[in-house]
Design a protein around this ligand. Structure first.
Ligand code: UDP
Ligand code: MG
Length: 319
């Protein structure tokens, strides 16, 4: 065994049959070029295409380990499942769709070792996504920066490096709705970020329709603060005070201008009422969302269930 620290790549895979071969072809030379021990952990997150059989074929390589999950648990749970089997000292996560160029891996490792960092985050340079993805992501980045109090520019890029203790602490905390990059900053003392390239998805389509995207962003916000609930409370007080002031104004206007004026204002009142009713429902929704999450946490169901770990070792043992 070399004395160099080992590098583990953790890659969640969900219906990526078109990209897997390409991905491995680009990863191999990069990892071999670094001349260190490494392992590649690919997690099959309940793919419904031929991804799993392709992965099983790859698992004959000594560096490759495939974690087969029972069903689809989502990207972040899949990464956690991968974390549970890592052996390396430096753990790097990346996407399977080649949006995170594997050629950037050495840069991450270099930065981590140069500054003896615990977490190396990344900023996507020239991000190749639709505006519809980029704008909400910018807003979320700002909120996340405020609530976690960590000066990260970009939370969404999954090409990140973590030191082993950070990963161990993340696995130990058994949370359901997790957002790995944000969680990691809680468990790492020295955190930095560098710029990396970003590409368009090589094949297939994104697995994040709007509904899943909103859910994920809510994971990020709700698992780290009660900010949405606080906003609600302050917003509520503000609205109530506003309502009282408006009532006083209406009363005065009625005295000054007479009943006719006030009656004509009925429809305005309706409009205002609708706004408030709408806001109330929004509030219920947010509270409900938290309750749902509390419920999920107290149920203590595992975040993921591993069906089998495929590797050249396990294949040998089976013989
Ligand atoms: N992924 C996963 N489980 C899911 C959805 C996605 O493991 O339920 C993986 C997917 O295979 C990819 C990564 O997570 O490697 C990022 O997914 P995607 O490219 O669809 O997200 P986007 O780049 O659109 O944010
Ligand atoms: Mg992608």
């Amino acid at each position: 065994m070399s004395s160099q620290p080992m590098i583990s790549l953790v890659i969640p895979v969900y219906n990526e049959e078109e990209n897997l071969r390409n991905l491995m072809e680009r990863i191999r030379p990069v990892m071999q070029g670094m001349g260190r021990p490494y392992e590649i952990i690919l997690i099959d997150d309940g793919s419904r295409d031929s991804s799993l059989s392709i992965l099983k074929g790859l698992a004959v390589e000594p560096e490759v380990k495939v974690v087969e999950l029972v069903r689809n648990y989502g990207q972040h749970a899949a990464i956690l499942a991968g974390f549970s089997v890592v052996r390396g000292d430096i753990i790097i996560t990346l996407d399977a769709d080649l949006q995170n160029p594997p050629e950037e891996i050495p840069k991450l490792v270099k930065e981590m070792e140069a500054g003896s960092y615990d977490v190396v985050g990344t900023i996507r340079k020239g991000r190749k996504d639709s505006m519809f993805r980029i704008i909400p992501s910018k807003i979320i980045n700002i909120i996340a920066r405020r609530i976690t109090k960590v000066r990260m520019t970009d939370w969404g890029c999954m090409l990140r490096a973590y030191r082993r203790p950070v990963v161990d602490r993340m696995i130990a905390c058994h949370e359901h709705a997790t957002f790995i990059p944000a969680l990691a900053t809680f468990f790492g003392k020295r955190v930095t970020e560098i710029e990396v390239a970003h590409d368009e998805r090589a094949g297939g389509t994104s697995h994040y329709p709007l509904r899943k995207l909103i859910n994920l962003q809510f994971d990020l916000v709700s698992s780290f603060s009660d900010l949405p609930m606080k906003l609600l409370m302050y917003g509520g007080i503000f609205m109530a005070l506003g309502g009282v002031c408006f009532g006083i104004f209406l009363a005065f206007a009625r005295i000054l201008y007479g009943a006719l004026w006030a009656a004509e204002g009925v429809f305005t009142l309706f409009a205002i009422l609708f706004v408030f009713v709408g806001l109330q429902f929004f509030a219920f929704g947010i509270v409900g969302e938290y309750i749902g999450r509390i419920y999920r946490e107290v149920r203590k169901r595992p975040e993921y269930v591993i069906e089998k770990v495929h590797s050249s070792e396990s294949a040998r043992q089976a013989q």
